[in-house]
Design a protein around this ligand. Structure first.
Ligand SMILES: NC(=O)c1ccc[n+]([C@@H]2O[C@H](COP(=O)([O-])OP(=O)(O)OC[C@H]3O[C@@H](n4cnc5c(N)ncnc54)[C@H](OP(=O)(O)O)[C@@H]3O)[C@@H](O)[C@H]2O)c1
Length: 512
């Protein structure tokens, strides 16, 4: 007997059965593991340890051994992957203790390096950061080191990633990931030859910024999105259904303080309650919880490799409930009802990670005071004479040909013709939009160094090498200058230097 199955050639019955078994096996693997890289398999529900820093917020260090025991129940439930960072209080130390007891090969400990923006920009510092995490985790190789960049206008973030890549080649890091990268800069990383496997970003029913362009890019390059905030600090659960709005200052955890800001921007408490009501009725149909529906929807989105659910180890656990995520499927009717409820919210503006780079800062404190005191000038500045300063980006040509990256005279800043050069590297490969974004970062960095901001730009000139590239370059300019709309000229020109597709210059007037 021969049967026909969609997408499968005619098969004998026994082959169909085998095919179905294969599908089931695939579904199980998809449900129980995500292959982040050929040699790194993680659980699709990751346990997040930022909450440790919150538990230590009064300066007290929690009992490390006792808290490490709190990881056992997650491990026993098959949740073998934990997410942490160098700045999550004692999280790395606790995970290191647990790894020693359990066997590090049975766990996946994903950490982050979130550099001190004011620290030295050197290879030694990157090595120290990696060695510190290795020491705290008691491991000789980090499974995944996720990198955060504070200011794209300061190109030292690229140096740090290239240095991390060297440490990976040396064997200290298995894989590099990113966190809070936007689409343009994730693309810049990829086009510049840095291999990353993941981007950890906020992605929830309330925050849909990772859907669309970010998802498409991740799919094209087989990058997995690791989604945090899927429960909005617990707001997306039964506990808050029908509850009155609470002022941010009265909320119990940093996580709630953070996501209350998202709820306010997404349309406020009454609209949020409508979303919860829809989720409650869907949850009832599926005989699961509101939290399950909220996380399942995100887990099922394309490119998502896992949802990171925060845990207050030793204080509160939702392990049994959260593992139910893997045991049900959302019906198509439920999916459309969720999509409708999401569409009724106001979109969170901008791209992934903007909450750490620009207003409105969607952090626990509502600003960057927990993270940064100030941002250093991206480029060195020298006084030329009274009322005139210059900023140098350090390319050999600035000395050889005798020009500055930018000059400030009075309140005017003039930025030289800028290509996608960083040190002796070209950034952005042969992607014209990507080169354009890096050039605008350099222009922004030069203007920041001289006391201005991108919003002060009143004129840009764009020179393009190939006629065909005008559109992606113009679109990149539009993404960055759309809210400013300076005067602009676009010119076709023979650019100097192999591979350069675009050059731009700019003029800004500070504080007019
Ligand atoms: N890369 C970044 O910039 C970044 C930023 C934020 C977070 N993260 C990562 O993401 C992790 C998650 O943190 P998050 O702040 O986004 O929090 P979240 O996962 O949205 O919320 C965590 C809270 O949700 C509650 N919860 C968990 N399961 C539940 C369930 N089944 N039913 C009801 N409530 C439930 C718990 O609250 P109770 O403890 O009150 O029970 C838990 O503390 C962090 O630990 C960190 O690893 C990364």
């Amino acid at each position: 007997m021969r049967l026909r199955v969609d997408g499968v050639e005619s098969l004998g019955l026994s082959n169909v059965v085998r095919y179905k078994l294969k599908i089931n096996e695939y579904m199980n693997i998809k449900n129980t593991h995500t292959q982040l890289a050929p040699d790194l398999r993680i659980s699709p529900i990751l346990t997040g340890l930022w909450q440790i820093a919150d538990m230590e917020r009064d300066g007290r260090v929690i009992d490390l051994e006792e808290t490490a025991q709190g990881m056992q129940a997650y491990f026993d439930a098959g949740l073998t992957t934990f997410d942490m960072a160098d700045h999550y209080g004692s999280a790395e130390l606790i995970a290191g203790i647990f790894a020693q007891q359990t066997g590090p090969e049975k766990l996946q400990l994903l950490t982050k390096w979130v550099p001190d923006a004011n620290g030295p920009r050197s290879k030694e510092r990157v090595r120290e950061a990696v060695e510190r995490s290795l020491q705290r985790l008691q491991m000789d190789k980090l499974d995944l080191l996720q990198y955060h960049a504070w200011n794209y206008a300061d190109p030292s973030w690229l140096d740090e990633l290239f240095w991390l890549q060297e440490l990976k080649e040396e064997g200290l890091i298995r894989h590099i990931g990113l966190t809070n990268f936007d689409t343009a800069h994730l693309n810049m990383v990829l086009q510049s030859g840095i291999r990353v496997v993941s981007n950890q970003v906020s992605y929830s029913l309330i925050d849909q910024r990772a859907a669309g362009a970010m998802t498409e890019l991740c799919q094209q390059h087989d990058i997995k999105i690791l989604a945090f905030g899927t429960l909005a600090g617990g707001f997306l659960s039964q506990k808050w259904l029908g509850q009155a709005d609470s002022p941010t200052e009265e909320l119990a955890t940093w996580s709630q303080m953070k996501y209350k800001r998202y709820i306010d921007i997404a349309g406020g408490w009454p609209l949020f309650q409508q979303l919860l009501q829809t989720l409650a009725s869907i949850a009832e149909q599926h005989d699961v919880s509101i939290a399950n529906i909220a996380t399942k929807y995100i887990l099922e989105q394309p490119a998502v490799g896992g949802v990171i659910i925060g845990a207050r180890l030793g204080q509160s656990a939702h392990i049994q409930e959260n593992t139910r995520l893997l045991d049900f499927e959302l019906s198509s009717d439920s999916l459309s009802r969720i999509q409708e409820a999401v569409a009724a919210l106001q979109p969170i503006p901008g791209d992934c990670g903007d909450e750490y780079r620009k207003p409105p800062f969607l952090t626990a404190s509502g600003d960057l005071s927990h993270h940064l005191s100030s941002l250093p000038a991206p480029y060195p500045v020298q006084a030329v004479r009274e009322g005139r300063q210059k900023a140098l980006s350090g390319t050999i040509w600035e000395d050889l040909a005798g020009f500055s990256r930018a000059v400030r005279t009075g309140n005017r800043i003039l930025v030289s013709g800028t290509t996608a050069t960083h040190g002796n590297r070209m950034i952005g490969g042969n992607d014209p939009a990507c080169q354009a974004h890096f050039i605008i970062d350099k222009i922004e960095g030069a203007i920041q160094s001289l006391g201005g901001k991108l919003e002060d730009v009143v004129r840009t000139r764009i020179y393009i090498q190939k006629m065909d590239d005008w559109e992606p370059i113009s679109r990149a300019h539009g993404q960055r200058f759309g809210h400013i709309q300076p005067a602009n000229t676009l010119i076709r020109a023979d650019l100097i230097g192999d591979g350069y597709l675009v050059e731009m210059e700019a003029e800004a007037v500070v504080g007019d």
